[in-house]
Write a protein that binds this ligand. Sequence first.
Ligand code: ACO
Length: 325
Amino acid sequence: MVRAYIVSTGMAVPDRVLTNHDLEKIVDTSDAWIRERTGMAERHVSDENTAASDLALPASRDALRAAGISPDDLDAILVATISGDYVFPATACVLQHKLGASHAMAFDLSAACTGYIYGLSVAQAYIESGRYKNILLVGVDMLTKVVDWTDRNTCVLFGDGAGATVIQPRERGGVLDTVLGSDGSAAELLYQPCGGTRVPISHEAIDRKKHFLYMNGREIYKYAVREMVQSCHEVLKRCGKTIEDVRLIIPHQANNRILEAVAQRLGVSMDRLFINIEKYANTSAATVPIALHEALQQGRLHEGDLALLVSFGGGLTWGASLVQF
Ligand code: ACO
């Protein structure tokens, strides 16, 4: 059977680093609070001239180079984002043009922090059906552009970044299976109220700060642990594997305490999870592909190893993929 294989990865973050101590000068917070409650120490923040496609581009070029293919070889470009260059058109189309990928179709998908896993399942379906052979899948977000920098509840939590992967058919390894879920009844636990058709942009909406990201972190926390653990169990069961078969868990990086709770419920030690939240904070759809890139660079995964990718985010959405390298 032909499977979707992640042949290469790339990543990019903005140069500018904002530490917890820098945040102490912006809002009423402390390095100790942020570290203890989240595990974050610093995050990368883009400047006013940098949009999502500007980060997606270098990450994509790195992944294409590592795969040994040119933009012209691409059949499809999928970009998972909730903070693209524009409301429309898709950032994937902007990226297609910047890369010069003249034969690729391109579209965005919106599943917040679970965007990369949702995108992986789409790539998996295209590859398994034989429809496409060379897919560029990018997770990119710049939530620092939509947070309220006077709100300590949210502005300390996010960073900007992009992670890119090239996905091709292989007869050994690859994505063994993916499970996905959603619950739109809790959509307003994490959302950007203004800018869509529910609350179009207006002076009044902006005066009421409706253009900023809103999050009920405490409520999301409860869902996150439960659904991430459940997704892991479900995908392992579908593949006839146990958690002991998994070399490395690559989770969404929203909060270290969520990851500790997930590890505890899965019955694994923390060193079985790849964690880089300290350096980048929550880069939304980019966390999983950036973590995967760094795990591969650090030699944490070898040929034949199983990696369990798992995420949770706005929507609400969640999902897990079991991937063999
Ligand atoms: N510095 C200092 N104090 C703060 C800060 C801060 N940056 N932020 C909040 N506080 C205060 C609050 O005001 C509150 O004070 P009060 O008790 O006087 O009211 C107190 O700290 C506790 O607030 P909580 O919200 O209960 O803090 P909690 O321990 O739950 O941590 C956090 C908050 C980090 C947001 C946590 O709930 C969390 O990580 N939730 C999950 C978020 C998540 O998973 N998001 C994923 C999706 S992201 C996506 O899809 C794009």
